[in-house]
Ligand binder design. Structure first.
Ligand SMILES: [Cu+2]
Length: 307
């Protein structure tokens, strides 16, 4: 578990403590309906936050991430509801269940970089429960009559703002030195151009893991040798086939690795690494894919841009 996941989970635990404290202290000021709205809002947003987080962390294992986020959503929603009575518990429970399930599905489908803004949004909305509780506490909550009320939102907003900034900080430092199993692992692509040698060449590394390539777009230069490496971290075999006009430079005579005038094929057995060198001759955009049946449909497809 990386720093960012830890940050989000700790934020949610702290928030739950605050919400429960506010609920217990102001319990008498809320009517049943208010309690239902609060626990629904809280349960749903906590569910969505952890759902996206776990969905993206455990990509490829939707069942696990769904059960995990669903459980946390249900827990958060019903604990919050406990402050306001049985109806609020039901409302919070169902909202948490729905939020967790939907969040996990979204997390499963989007890329890691895209997930941060969503997680930050839902985390922010979860924090907004405090606002809702403060607003509903007053019977005339539509009008802000006293200045005292104005000071509190500023404090709360500042705290939420700090939370967002810290979250962004962790998100930015996410791709760092995370161990295997955290979500940065299979989303990196290495693209090194060595121009000091007389002959221009490029090293491209693509990782295959859990039915995904680490990158879906590679950019190479025309008439410059490309050393393409496929690192297969999966339990099953994977390929890269690119139908593009190329000049085969050095053909490592291993079986399955082929470069012809119009196609490249790189094959890697489970838990193995294979490399192949070719030189693209025509600028354009070409599709690359895994030709193991069914893999392309599951997303093992991308494009190579020759400039
Ligand atoms: Cu494959």
């Amino acid at each position: 578990m990386g720093n960012y996941q830890l940050f989000v989970l700790i934020s949610l635990v702290l928030l739950t403590v605050i919400v429960i404290a506010m609920g217990v202290i102001w319990r008498k000021k809320y009517r049943t309906m208010h309690g239902m709205v609060i626990s629904m809002f809280f349960g749903m947003n906590v569910g969505l936050t952890v759902g996206v987080l776990f969905g993206v962390t455990y990509q490829g294992n939707l069942f696990y991430s769904t059960i995990l986020s669903l459980a946390i959503g249900v827990l958060a929603g019903s604990i919050c509801g406990l402050c306001f009575g049985l109806l609020a518990v039901f409302e919070g429970l169902m909202a948490g269940l729905m939020g967790g399930m939907m969040g996990a599905m979204v997390g499963e489908m989007i890329r890691t970089e895209q997930s941060f803004s969503l997680i930050q949004l839902f985390l922010f909305l979860s924090g907004c429960t405090i606002f809702i509780m403060a607003m509903l506490k007053k019977q005339k909550y539509i009008q802000v009559t006293k200045k005292r009320w104005l000071v509190k939102p500023i404090v709360v907003s500042t705290l939420l703002g700090v939370n967002i900034i810290v979250g962004n900080y962790f998100a930015e430092n996410f791709g760092g030195s995370n161990e295997e199993g955290s979500l940065s692992g299979h989303h990196s692509s290495l693209n090194i151009t060595s121009e000091n040698s007389a002959e221009k060449s490029e090293i491209i590394v693509i990782e295959a893991d859990e039915m995904k390539y680490s990158t879906n777009e590679i950019v190479v230069e025309k008439d410059s040798a490309v050393h393409l490496t496929l690192i297969n971290r999966d339990q099953i075999e994977h390929d890269i086939e690119i139908k593009a006009p190329v000049l085969p430079t050095d053909n490592e005579s291993k079986h399955h690795q082929r470069t012809e005038n119009n196609a490249i094929q790189l094959h890697a057995a489970p838990k193995s690494t294979e490399t192949l060198t070719f030189t693209p001759t025509e600028p354009g955009t070409y599709e690359f894919m895994c030709i193991v049946p069914g893999h392309k449909e599951l997303g093992m497809v991308g494009r190579m841009i020759v400039r």
